[in-house]
Structure formats: structure tokens, C-alpha cells
Design a protein around this ligand. Structure first.
Ligand code: PRX
Length: 645
């Protein structure tokens, strides 16, 4: 057993930090006792407004009509760029570190302003207007951030699709949001390999007749297919327009972006965020959670295709006038010292990454870390999945040399920004615990009947009052938002996660309680993988569950029943994997496929996933009562043939 030790806030950290524990207690209390005053003050302190708001917060969780800063007007790109120009025009806004260690660039706030304005003008010339949706399918290059900010400048709603998604998945997302414009690159480069983004877009667009503009960043120079009227080279287009573009005044509640995420049922949902509340909480969490001070170099290793990249590479840092690093590569290319080399090269002070990367690097031992200095590091962060205490201690002792506090931040695409987290100068740390709620966040534990559990205990994690950056809708399907998040436990936001609260009131997130699997921090719905598998003509039925994986956190385990008369084979397994790759993307391919002559079902025909989960996790003592199954013998054969024994 690994014993969990408490790590108190050190004097050094406390002295430097914006907030200490007394500040936290006072501000947290104010934020829940008097949210109107609290958030009103923060919104004035953190954001620049064109027009003040009439009301801080209105509406209710159960009705799904929440509004923050109603009547107020502002613009996100103005807040992330223009207002910094007088003081920080020549300060670096973005550092870009290429996949190849010899490639990097810096972009000042002044340069960022020009780039974003030019691109905004290109979009306008192509007819993009306020409220239109623009799809961004990009590598990790500065143009990805320009594209997001250019949309916000003119009030277009961006939908960033992670570059690892397949053409089919991209097509579904373009169609769902009815995007007419796509911004992409000829190729992406990761770990020395090329990914054919433009060709993926071409394939996707075979079924998207409404797309009239594809802007293509030239990243590698690879020759690509071209449709003369539709396709434009980015570098040519931006030279043909003016270098200035006014920032459109937007209503506080105007939609800002759509980001697709997986749930337990059906196809991915387009989570919709709105303008003011999102930016406020992104800026505020970035400053206090990472204890950001002027001049710090900050690096979040996420991809802009996920919410972490939105809030903590682009919006939070830039709203605070920070220097934010964008990394194109992967942790193990050219070798497993890469993260630490980048930290030394750019003198990174604050580093935010995912447990899966840490676990993979931990396997390589301490040498690749120790051959670098890392003396610039002051603070470490973790996000995306529970961090196991062993990985936490390794991060703390080896990477941070016991000098850097770790902020383990719990949040979701739907919450928009960090919800449960330590504050470095305020919170004693316990490895594996996300610790305490951020200002204004009121988490509760609910039991199976939906009753709040007081004190220490375990249950499902729900939130009992609105927070500024909360989900506003599911794009095109408001009812689905209400059903997914606000119906199971009326009056609460249901997170889909299980949690435990200890005697000190600290929160420990235990993982999803629904049919969502978290593979290397990528959220994958079991239903999506199953739908892909059953598309194969040889497959009669498929059931997908998660199981613990040393590096990825969870792995995907698929039970597949073939059609009568079809012999399972390795060939078929390969076809199934490539089918999942085609339908979703390579990251969703099952690690394990077990051929199942039958699946455990109730007499009414419902698949008993609970039993499959136990088999996949090799937890045979707790299979539970199988006597109510239509055919209990099925379980014995699945257990005998299990792949994770
Ligand atoms: O299960 C939780 C896990 O990631 C889920 C949210 O995934 P996504 O919307 O893709 O956003 C990921 C980045 C915020 C959650 O429901 N999760 C996220 N952070 C943590 C976590 N689980 C435990 N500890 C965390 N710090």
C-alpha cells in the first residue's frame, strides 16, 4: 500500500502567492454567501467591458436558462489582445515550440494583434458573420490560436475538432454545427510523423456541401489536392487584407464556442459555451490556480482540440496578458527528455500536463529527467484524469525536486474551467486529491436517492449552484442538455463522476460513474465504439467497457459476438480496429477484443455491463448475482477466456 502524506504549503510558496489560506476562506465564503457582489467585483477586475451588465446572474439550473452578466457587452479578442497592447505590445504572448527541437518562434502581443486582425478580415471577406460557425481542424501551431481569436473578434462561433479525429468524425461535427468555413493545414507534424489534415478535410467535405471556404495553413509544404473556388492558402489570404479589424461588441451571453464531447449515450454532444462568464472564470482560475505573476512563462501541454487547450493555452493566459507556450510535439520525441528540455530552453515556470504523460515518462526512470536542470520550474499542474499517488510523488520529487506545489485540477468540457483544485499558497496538498472547490463552486456528494451526503463519504459528484463558465446548451439540442446534466438530480448539475470527501473536506475524484471511458485523458463514450464495431458485417453484437491501464489510466475492452457462421480471426480483429480508427480516430481503438459467444443479458434482453466490467477488470470475486441472467453459463465462458487475467 502506498501511504498518502500531507504536503503543507511551504513558506516560500505562501509568500510569493497571490492568496493564502485566510484569503481563500474569506473569498470562498463571500463567493457562496453573496455571489452577486463577488462575481460583480471579479468581472470588473478581470475583464474590460464595452457596456456594463444589468444583472450578475439569473435563471435556474433546472430550467436551463442561466445567464451571467446579462446586458453587458465585451469582446474576447479585445480582452485577450488589444487591452494589453499599451503595456505589453512587445511582450511575448505565444512561444511556439515545434515538433522538431530546432524549430521555435515567439509572437508578441503586437504581432498577435496583427495576425488575428488579418485573419478576421479574411473570414469577413469570405462572408463569415456574427453567429456563424467555423470549424478549426489544426495542428498545434500559432495559427490555431489566431483562428480561435479571429472568430471571437467578429463574433463567429468556433468549433475546434482535435486533429486526431478521423474524416468521418470531422464530417459529423461539421454537419452537426453546420459550419460553412473550415480552417486547417496541409499536414500536422507530431513525433516526427505527418498527419494528412487537408486530405482528411477533403474526404470529410465530400459529404458537407455547405462548406464554401477552406483556409489552409502551409505547415509542411506537402502537395495537397485543391478546389479552386473553395480552398485558399492562409498565408496568401492574410496578405491581401488590412492589418486592423475592429472587435465586434458581443453580448455577455452570445455563444463563444462549441466543443464536442462524448457522453454515455448517442453521438457526441456539441457543448456550447458563452462569452463573459467563460472568459471571467478562465482568467481568474488561470491567475489563482497557477499563481500566475507578470513575466512568468507558462506551459500547458494539452492540445487546443480539447477544452484544456481552449481555457488554459489560449483564453485564460491571454486574458491575463501572460506568455503561453504552444507545443507541437509529444513527450517522447526525439527522446523522453523532451518536456524537460523544452522547460529549460524556454525557462518555463509553470507546467500543466496530464497523468498519462507522467506515468509513461515515469517508466523511463529518473535519468531522462535528471539530465535537465528544470530550475526555472515553480509550479506543476495535473488535469484530465485521477492522478495516482505514485505518479504524484514522482512528479513532486523527481520533476519538481520537492520545490513545486502540484495543483491537481478537476473539471470538464461542460464546466468550462477549473472547479476543484488546490490554490498553491493556500492549500495543503494530499497526493491524489483535487482538494477544495474554487470560488463560487458548490460541489455536493449525492447518494443513490439523490440526497446530499454530509461530511465524509462517497457518492456522485454534483454541483448545486450555477458558476459563470458552465455549459449553456448542447448545440442544436437544448433538451438534450437538460436531460443529460440537469434531470437525474433535479436542481443540481450532474457531473458523471464519482467522488469521495474525506474528514478534512478534501475531494477525491474516483472516475466516471457512467459509460464514459477516460483513455489517456481522452473521453470516449462506450456507445460510440460499439456503434463503430457493429458496422462490420461480421459483427452481431458488441459491448465495450473500461479497465485499469498502467499508463493510459483506462483502456478499452471490447466483447464482440460474431454473426452466426463467422469464425473469429486475427484478420477480423485488425479490420475491427481499423473500422474504429475510421469512424472515430486511432485513439479510440480498443486495447483488448475478446470474442464472446454470447453476452450476459437480463431476461428482458439488457446487456449487464456491470458484469462485463468486472470481467474486464479481473475482479471475479465481485461478479455479483448472475442467477437472474437469461443464460448464466455465458459468464463462465467469458471469465474463462478473459484477456486481462
Ligand atoms: O472524469 C473526469 C476526468 O475527466 C473528465 C472530463 O473530461 P473532459 O471533458 O474531456 O475534460 C478534461 C479536461 C478538463 C471528468 O469527468 N477528470 C478531469 N480532471 C480530473 C479528472 N478526474 C480526476 N481528477 C482530475 N483532476
Amino acid at each position: 500500500m502506498f501511504t498518502i502524506s500531507r504536503h503543507p504549503v511551504s513558506d516560500d510558496v505562501r509568500q510569493r502567492a497571490h492568496l493564502d489560506d485566510a484569503d481563500y476562506q474569506r473569498l470562498y465564503q463571500q463567493s457562496v454567501d453573496d455571489p452577486e457582489t463577488f462575481w460583480g467585483e471579479q468581472a470588473k477586475a478581470f475583464l474590460d467591458w464595452f457596456k456594463p451588465w444589468d444583472e450578475v446572474c439569473s435563471g435556474s439550473l433546472s430550467k436551463g436558462d442561466i445567464r451571467w452578466f446579462s446586458g453587458g457587452e465585451l469582446n474576447i479578442s479585445h480582452n485577450c489582445i488589444d487591452r494589453h497592447l499599451a503595456k505589453r505590445g512587445d511582450q511575448v504572448a505565444l512561444i511556439w515550440e515545434g515538433d522538431d527541437p530546432n524549430e521555435s518562434a515567439t509572437i508578441t502581443y503586437k504581432a498577435l494583434h496583427e495576425q488575428v486582425c488579418r485573419l478576421a478580415n479574411v473570414l469577413k471577406d469570405r462572408g463569415v458573420k456574427k453567429g456563424d460557425r467555423v470549424c478549426i481542424y489544426m495542428p498545434m501551431v500559432p495559427e490555431a490560436a489566431y483562428a480561435m481569436l479571429a472568430c471571437t473578434r467578429i463574433g463567429a462561433v468556433h468549433s475546434v475538432v482535435f486533429g486526431g479525429f478521423s474524416p468521418d468524425a470531422l464530417r459529423d461535427r461539421i454537419l452537426d454545427a453546420d459550419c460553412r468555413t473550415v480552417i486547417t493545414a496541409d499536414e500536422a507534424v507530431r513525433g516526427g510523423k505527418q498527419i494528412p489534415l487537408k486530405s482528411n478535410v477533403d474526404t470529410a467535405l465530400n459529404s458537407c456541401p455547405n462548406v464554401s471556404t477552406v483556409l489552409v495553413v502551409r505547415r509542411t509544404g506537402k502537395e495537397v489536392d485543391w478546389q479552386a473556388k473553395r480552398d485558399l492558402w492562409y498565408h496568401e489570404a492574410v496578405q491581401q487584407v488590412a492589418a486592423d479589424c475592429p472587435a465586434e461588441p458581443m453580448d455577455a451571453e452570445d455563444p463563444l464556442f462549441i466543443l464536442y464531447t462524448s457522453g454515455s449515450t448517442g453521438k457526441p454532444k456539441g457543448v456550447l459555451h458563452s462569452t463573459a462568464g467563460y472568459l471571467l472564470q478562465a482568467a481568474m482560475t488561470h491567475k489563482y490556480v497557477f499563481d500566475y505573476h507578470d513575466g512568468d512563462i507558462y506551459w500547458c501541454t494539452a492540445d487546443v482540440g480539447w477544452v484544456t487547450g481552449h481555457s488554459y493555452i489560449v483564453y485564460g493566459p491571454l486574458a491575463n496578458g501572460a506568455t503561453s507556450l504552444i507545443f507541437e510535439g509529444v513527450p517522447n520525441y526525439p527522446d523522453t527528455s523532451r518536456f524537460w528540455q523544452v522547460i529549460d530552453k524556454h525557462q518555463v515556470n509553470i507546467f500543466y500536463t496530464a497523468p498519462t504523460a507522467l506515468r509513461a515518462l515515469m517508466r523511463e526512470g529518473e535519468a531522462p529527467v535528471k539530465k535537465t536542470s528544470r530550475s526555472s520550474l515553480r509550479l506543476l499542474g495535473s488535469v484530465g484524469e485521477p492522478i495516482n499517488p505514485e505518479a504524484w510523488e514522482w512528479y513532486f520529487n523527481v520533476v519538481g525536486e520537492q520545490r513545486c506545489p502540484i495543483v491537481d485540477t478537476w473539471w470538464q468540457t461542460e464546466t468550462g474551467t477549473i472547479m476543484i483544485t488546490p490554490l498553491p499558497g493556500a492549500t495543503d496538498l494530499k497526493p491524489g486529491s483535487a482538494t477544495r472547490p474554487f470560488f463560487g463552486v458548490q460541489p455536493v456528494l449525492l447518494d443513490e436517492q439523490g440526497k446530499e451526503i454530509d461530511g465524509a463519504g462517497a457518492g456522485v459528484l454534483a454541483i448545486k449552484a450555477s458558476w459563470p463558465s458552465q455549459i449553456r446548451s448542447v448545440y442544436g439540442d437544448h433538451k438534450r442538455m437538460l436531460e443529460t446534466y440537469f434531470t437525474a438530480y433535479p436542481g443540481y448539475y450532474f457531473s458523471g463522476d464519482g467522488a469521495r470527501r474525506d474528514e478534512d473536506g478534501y475531494w477525491w475524484i474516483t472516475g466516471r460513474v457512467d459509460d464514459v471511458i477516460n483513455v489517456s485523458g481522452h473521453r470516449i463514450g462506450t456507445a460510440e465504439v460499439e456503434s463503430a464495431l457493429v458496422l462490420h458485417e461480421a459483427v452481431a453484437e458488441a459491448a465495450v467497457v473500461g479497465y485499469p491501464h498502467d499508463v493510459k489510466g483506462q483502456g478499452i475492452y471490447a466483447f464482440v459476438t460474431t454473426m452466426n457462421g463467422v469464425e473469429p480471426s486475427d484478420e477480423l480483429k485488425k479490420e475491427l480496429l481499423s473500422l474504429v480508427g475510421k469512424e472515430i480516430g486511432s485513439f479510440a481503438k480498443p486495447e483488448l477484443i475478446q470474442w464472446a459467444p454470447g453476452l450476459p443479458k437480463t431476461r428482458s434482453g439488457k446487456i449487464m455491463r456491470r458484469i462485463l466490467r468486472k470481467i474486464a477488470c479481473n475482479e471475479l470475486d465481485s461478479l455479483g448475482d448472475t442467477s437472474t441472467l437469461a443464460d448464466p453459463a455465458v459468464v463462465d465462458s467469458l471469465v474463462a477466456e478473459r484477456l486481462n487475467s
